[in-house]
Design a protein around this ligand. Sequence first.
Ligand code: SF4
Length: 185
Amino acid sequence: MKKILFVAHCLLNTASKVAREPKDGAKQEEELRIAFLKKALDRGVQLIQLPCPEFTLYGACRWGHVYEQFDSAFFRSHSRRILAPIILELQEYLSHSEKFEVLGIIGIDGSPSCGVSYTCRGEWGGELGGRSDLQGIISTVRLVESAGVFIEVLQQLLVEAEIDLPLIGLFAPERERVLSILDFP
Ligand code: SF4
């Protein structure tokens, strides 16, 4: 029986991520990403890559965003469109339960798009140049216990398709939570 996991795009391709300065948190996240991939490969799990909603809408030179900036009908429509073939792919694997077991879906906690248990929120928006309050606006960003916009759309599509699967976010402070999805007999 083949075990299958659907994973956020940047779990396999970090080139899709927003460019940023290396920080301690990013190092821990990268260590967990590699540990997760090694364990998945060691256990023979097949990985299916979800599309990256941000790269496919805003490209490689985008700024970092917060949930509020993606919480629009346009971003949700884009997410729904690129997730439609993924739902079909899921349905096909699930309809052959004698051959395949879909273990679940892995997101990226902290992302405004792909967060599952945590996303980042803040009062961001508007012109950047010539503002005296820019630092204050940037500092409104905070980690919140809720899903990102892309994952919210995915959850809606899963409900519509009557698919019930574990959905877990990669999150360095809760390392064992995501690794445990690979602890099957
Ligand atoms: S939008 Fe999702 S897949 Fe794309 S870089 Fe961000 S967390 Fe990764």
